[in-house]
Design a protein around this ligand. Structure first.
Ligand SMILES: [Zn+2]
Length: 330
């Protein structure tokens, strides 16, 4: 059933399929900031505190970097997960909103892309590094859009052991109220914004957002560019779901697409293909070892991801933790 409510959105809905049109829009006339290293600081600080606390502490002071794309789109980096901004005559639409401690610098960065009101925020999934700003964005007037399971997870008590944190329910006005569990397209700022649900992958409520004219895909955390991904088994995520989502992302784009990952720099279709091959190869290797009777510790000692660790294993999720996520799902 169509759950995206046109009366709430006040925008035109369309049902035609994606045409992968390459609308090369105007480049934003902003200064280009390209340094992508600040999250390494987060890794360095993990030793002393939980990942949750460390990432929050980083977001409290981090510079927000803006990467202009095309068609009125930009990516903001430096407040948890990547944020995609569409700014134009209708106002501003965000895909994810980062961490609330970054509010002042996020508002400056968003305003620099477009001074119009923030009308919509699409949550790619429930994790706080993507949804923690929901409250202040809603108080500024934004309508929150998300998967039904994102709304449910944000209303639940959920412990993520690997982050060292238990998440309490957020206030009702910080949860999405426009819910998407299939594929919906809305017109905004002259763009056709296609919102579509994955099967359970990184979580049980992942959404992709594809800007058809600009040919830009925001994948949420189904894709981490250059990093082993977190997989949230607490709510039904799995390695096989991540592989299916990776294939879906490949199918959604073409060779001219820009891909906004949940974490890491902007990518391409070729990057998505390399990522999927990495996931599949490690999954297959771990599956053989587990079916042969190995414990998780024995699998980790066997180093089945060794060929990938130098490229993918130096961020938040190191090789042992990623192997644990794979082992849990095979
Ligand atoms: Zn996530």
């Amino acid at each position: 059933m169509n759950q995206l409510r046109a009366d709430v959105l006040g925008t035109k809905l369309q049902s035609k399929p994606a045409d992968n049109g390459v609308g090369l829009g105007r480049l934003l006339s902003l200064r280009i900031l390209t340094t992508l290293t600040l999250l390494l600081v987060v890794v360095a600080s993990f030793a002393a505190e939980s990942p949750y606390d460390a990432i929050n502490a980083e977001a409290a002071t981090a510079v927000i970097e803006t990467l202009p794309m095309r068609g009125g789109l930009g990516m903001l980096e430096g407040s948890g997960g990547n944020i995609t901004v569409l700014a134009g005559a209708d106002g501003t639409l965000l895909v994810d909103g980062g961490i609330a401690l970054s509010r002042k610098r996020l508002e400056e960065a968003i305003n620099a892309l477009g001074p119009g009101p923030i009308k919509y925020v699409i949550n790619t999934h429930w994790h706080w590094d993507h949804t923690d700003s929901n409250a202040w964005l809603h108080h500024r007037g934004a309508i929150l859009i998300g998967h039904p399971n994102t709304a449910k997870n944000l209303a639940s008590v959920i412990t993520i052991e690997d982050w060292g944190h238990t998440f309490e329910p957020v206030p009702a006005d910080a949860r999405p109220t426009v819910l998407v569990n299939q594929t919906e397209t809305m017109e905004f700022d002259g763009e056709d914004v296609e919102i579509s649900a994955y099967q359970a992958a990184h979580t049980n409520g992942d959404l992709a957002v594809y800007f058809k004219k600009a040919n830009v895909l925001a994948t949420g955390d189904t894709y981490w560019n250059g990093h082993y991904p977190f997989i949230d088994y607490a709510v039904g995520g799995s390695i096989d779901g991540m592989i299916a989502a990776a294939q879906r992302n490949i199918d959604l784009v073409n060779d001219k697409s820009i891909v906004v990952p949940g974490h890491g720099p902007l990518g391409t279709r070729a990057d998505l293909i390399e990522y999927k091959h990495m996931l599949v190869d490690i999954r297959d290797k771990v599956s053989i070892l587990k079916k042969g009777g190995m414990s998780l510790d024995q699998v980790i000692a066997e180093k089945p991801s060794a060929a990938y660790d130098a490229k993918w294993g130096d961020f938040v999720i190191g090789p042992p933790l990623f192997l644990k996520f794979v082992y849990l799902g095979v």
